[in-house]
Design a protein around this ligand. Structure first.
Ligand SMILES: [Zn+2]
Length: 436
């Protein structure tokens, strides 16, 4: 179904012109009557009121748009065998625009396989030179997927896929650790965020630098979300995690009620603690808490934190849930963040290259959430994280901090957890069977 643009524009112009003449006449008569009715004192007042009147402004806008708008909106119903290129060509869209638009859209849809009867919305702009540019496109490709094409501030096309409904699936990954958990997990196609969360869960119990041995194994069962076409969209939470560490087995089950949520071992004991020992992955402890010669100032000074050397840009996590009290430049500490976790504990992170987006004073953060990235800002000799734990106003050694171990599920909660645990084991077996 193709409209003739030329005849459509003419018809529109003709209609608009009649409307404009009639409207101007009505406005003129109206103003003239009002003008003659009133004393000269009030005239100015009324005239300005008429000009400020919303309806009058809207009328102006309407007339202005109808006459001057170079934009043309097209509603096109896709017929059998049509593809985007021939639709664009039929509307005389500029050749260069067709190539650019197709190259962006190709990443999201198959431009040659359009569904019949789908409504394609286009906005085209007519230039003084006579060329027709594509400005906007909207194409729903299914009940829950919508494709759009717009222009950014540099006039380049940006294509977007909007998904209104997601489908949850379970994914299972396992592997043997050869070098590090991270590299082995990546090799087994585990998504980066899932590895970070997995490392956070075991980070309370395992020191990933010292405890892990070659041929230790891991398993992860986690949620993934796909669109209607089965294409991956995002990951959800970890349902089950398992690790062998020097022949010790450690399985964790996700358990959630209205009141609590967390990961518990086979005995219903939580491994999570209020603070993590190491709020960074893949780092090397480079300077511990205590007396040392300051690398820049030169004199002996007590080091009131722990340093972790890591490549610039390595993500830094909030070691516990809490509220940010400071995220700013703080002199020798460079870009630094302070988090208050509860009435007892606060933590400090210094020398950051930058803050994670949305991280500012008064923001609430969750344990393991990325708050910033490793840098070397302030008084620093190289990229590292300076980490401090403050307990009741006093700086303490984070690596010797012995927080009470997690709670143990009791009573009704324990009963419910046992049922959930069996359910998870069944899910795990089913997912593995499906995979093989
Ligand atoms: Zn330090």
């Amino acid at each position: 179904m193709i409209y003739s643009i030329q005849s459509k524009i003419y018809a529109k112009l003709k209609k608009s012109l009649y409307a404009i003449i009639v409207l101007i006449l009505i406005s003129f008569i109206f103003i003239t009557i009002k003008y003659n009715e009133t004393s000269s004192q009030k005239r100015g007042e009324i005239l300005s009121r008429i000009l400020k009147n919303n309806y009058f402004l809207e009328l102006n806008k309407f007339i202005f748009q109808k006459v001057n708008s170079p934009y043309l909106s097209i509603v096109h119903k896709i017929t059998k065998g049509e593809n985007l290129t021939n639709i664009f060509k039929n509307y005389n869209i500029d050749e260069k625009d067709i190539i650019k638009a197709n190259s962006k859209l190709k990443k999201l849809i198959k431009p040659n396989k359009l569904k019949m009867d789908t409504i394609l919305d286009l906005v085209i702009k007519k230039n003084i030179s006579g060329t027709l540019n594509l400005i906007k496109l909207n194409l729903p490709t299914s009940k829950s997927i919508n494709i759009s094409l717009d222009r950014d501030i540099n006039n380049e096309f940006i294509a977007k896929k909007k998904i209104t409904q997601l489908f949850k699936k379970l994914a299972f990954s396992e592997g043997i650790i050869k070098k590090s958990l991270y590299s082995s997990a990546i090799k087994n196609n585990v998504n980066h965020n899932i590895i970070i969360e997995f490392a956070r869960l075991y980070g309370f119990e395992i020191d990933f630098q010292r405890d892990i041995r070659k041929n230790d194994a891991f398993q992860i069962l986690y949620e993934t979300f796909t669109d209607e076409d089965g294409e991956w969209y995002s990951n959800g939470k970890i349902i089950y995690a398992y690790m062998t560490v020097q022949n010790r087995e450690l399985a964790l089950y996700q358990y959630e009620t209205d009141k609590l949520s967390g990961y518990f071992d086979i005995n219903g004991k939580s491994m999570e603690k209020a603070l993590m020992k190491t709020p960074i992955n893949g780092a090397r402890l480079s300077s511990s808490f205590g007396m040392r010669k300051h690398p820049i100032l030169g004199f002996n000074k007590k080091h009131l934190g722990t340093d972790f050397a890591a490549p610039p840009g390595t993500p830094i996590m909030a070691s516990g849930t809490g509220t940010i009290v400071k995220a700013q430049w703080c002199g020798g500490g460079g870009n630094c963040i302070k988090i208050k976790h509860n009435s007892t504990y606060s933590t400090i992170y210094a020398h950051l290259s930058k803050f994670a987006s949305g991280i500012k004073s008064k923001t609430k953060v969750k344990q393991g959430q990325i708050i910033g990235y490793v840098g070397s800002t302030g008084l620093s000799t190289g990229p590292h994280l300076h980490y401090e734990v403050i307990a009741n106003g006093k700086k303490i050694n984070s690596q010797k901090l012995n927080l009470p171990s997690g709670k143990i599920l009791k009573g009704e909660d324990r009963k419910k957890f046992e049922i959930e645990r069996i359910r998870t084991d069944v899910l795990l077996a089913e997912t593995i069977a499906k995979k093989n």
